[in-house]
Design a protein around this ligand. Structure first.
Ligand code: BG6
Ligand code: MG
Length: 225
């Protein structure tokens, strides 16, 4: 059975394991409103998966004002303070539908698991969700030099798991994240709308569709194609 060939599954965090993508959106929206910069959900799509400072740069490009490095640091810190308030109450109830059962199914199948997140808050969120035991390794923004769409965060996770990239599956909700998975040479599962996840090998509308048998079937079809 083809499942034997999946040796590791590497999850993105925000928007895949839990809905913190919504909290990032709300925190950026508050900052953009304060700065009188237009910002909506469609614009936010391009920020998903990007580092805090890269996201801020893209938002500030919409302004006709210039901001000093110091001011940018202050604005990024302000967004993070707001974000940290929003995630304070995260609990296991905030795991997205089907995620916990999928993570357990993966573990029970003997497949290795990793987290590849662009967030410096990843460790905190994972602890609050109480899924630390379901992950063999955690790679976050603090551990890599280059952010998504660069493949470094996924490749580092694969390396730490001792699994070749070609035997890894990455799961992402962001366009930049799917690009990172594909650049790493892994099979990419996109969670969300095809419109934003063009490069993904398999797109599911939400996490409730995550299942090992469906994944194996899709990988099989992909190999035959
Ligand atoms: C990613 C999110 O996981 O982390 C981005 O998709 C976010 O939206 C990035 O900007 C950085 O997060 P943090 O917590 O370090 O500001
Ligand atoms: Mg994400």
């Amino acid at each position: 059975m083809v499942i034997m060939e999946i040796e590791a599954i590497i999850y993105d965090l925000d928007g895949v394991i839990t809905d913190t993508a919504e909290y990032h959106f709300l925190a950026w929206k508050a900052l953009a409103d304060e700065l009188n910069i237009p910002f909506d959900r469609s614009f936010n799509e391009q920020l998903k998966g990007l580092s805090r400072i890269d996201s801020l740069e893209i938002i500030l490009q919409q302004s006709n004002q210039t901001y000093s490095e110091e001011e940018k640091q202050r604005l990024a810190a302000k967004k993070n303070e707001h974000y940290q308030k929003l995630i304070q109450k995260i609990s296991p109830e905030d795991l997205l539908p089907g995620v916990e059962s999928f993570m357990k199914e993966v573990k029970q199948a003997g497949i290795k698991t990793g987290l590849a997140s662009a967030s410096k808050n990843a460790q905190t969120v994972i602890e609050r969700l109480q899924v630390t035991d379901l992950l063999d390794t955690l790679v976050d923004a603090a551990k890599v030099e280059r952010g998504k769409p660069d493949p470094e965060v996924f490749l580092t996770a694969a390396k730490q798991l001792g699994v070749p990239a070609a035997c890894c599956v990455g799961i992402e909700d962001a366009s930049s994240g799917v690009k990172a998975i594909k650049a790493a040479g892994m099979y990419a599962v996109g969670v969300g709308e095809r419109e934003y996840l063009g490069q993904a090998d398999w797109v599911i509308s939400d996490t409730s569709h995550l299942a090992l048998d469906s994944l194996a079937k899709k990988i099989n079809e992909h190999k035959k194609a």
